[in-house]
Unconditional design. Structure first.
Ligand code: I22
Ligand code: ZN
Length: 191
């Protein structure tokens, strides 16, 4: 099927708009996740993020919003993206397996009271699932950002933000919007 370019762009933007309208009616999990992050940070804990591909980019983006600032000046907040240390990622993948790249870092760095945010559009990426399992075993709180199905992550998360789409890029668009809202709510609590 040969869809004219303008129609294709408009259809994609309208789909994004419909997705966000549906997501706006499902705000509860975002509020609960922000509460967990605020509680963890107030208790002296930190927020860890992990994900693959676009979700790796989201992980470092969101961690930087907390260690730096989102909109306002306030104390730095403890956050680490487990996606950015190329030496750790390559060594763990090479010596153990790619499935272990986040879980091993969680076991190295995670402490009870911390929060792990796992980001996956399918909810089934094995390294993110393994990281959530490791986090639960250590007593971390777990937050998921997934697509509508939730995948295997749904049952491993204290709260799972399941955005209303099954299309990877459309899901990612809502993930970063939800992530920004999390940062806004967390920042407000520390102003
Ligand atoms: O950004 C994109 C697609 O928009 C890709 O890089 C995407 O993140 C990768 O294919 C990931 O490996 C997908 O993994 P997941 O979201 O299912 O956990
Ligand atoms: Zn992408």
């Amino acid at each position: 099927m040969n869809i004219p370019t303008a129609d294709r762009i408009r259809d994609a933007f309208l789909e994004t708009s419909r997705n966000f309208a549906a997501f706006a009616e499902q705000t509860g999990p975002v509020a609960v996740a922000a509460g967990l992050m605020i509680e963890g940070l107030r208790g002296g804990g930190k927020v860890l993020f992990c994900g693959n591909g676009g979700s790796a980019a989201d992980s470092q983006h969101l961690a930087a919003e907390l260690t730096g600032r989102y909109l306002h000046d306030r104390p730095p907040l403890a956050a680490v993206a487990l996606t950015v240390d190329s030496s750790a990622l390559t060594a763990i993948a090479n010596d153990y397996s790619y499935d272990e790249v986040f879980a091993r870092q969680v076991r190295a760095l995670g402490r009870a009271g911390d929060v792990l945010v796992g980001i996956s559009t399918s909810g089934n990426s094995r390294n993110v699932v393994a990281a959530l399992e490791a986090a639960r075993a250590l007593g971390l709180r777990t937050v998921g950002l997934t697509g509508a199905g939730g995948g295997r992550m749904a049952e491993l998360c204290d709260v799972c933000i399941r955005v209303p789409s099954t299309d990877t890029p459309r899901i990612q668009e809502m993930h970063i919007a939800a992530g920004h809202m999390l940062c806004e709510l967390v920042e407000t609590a520390f102003l």
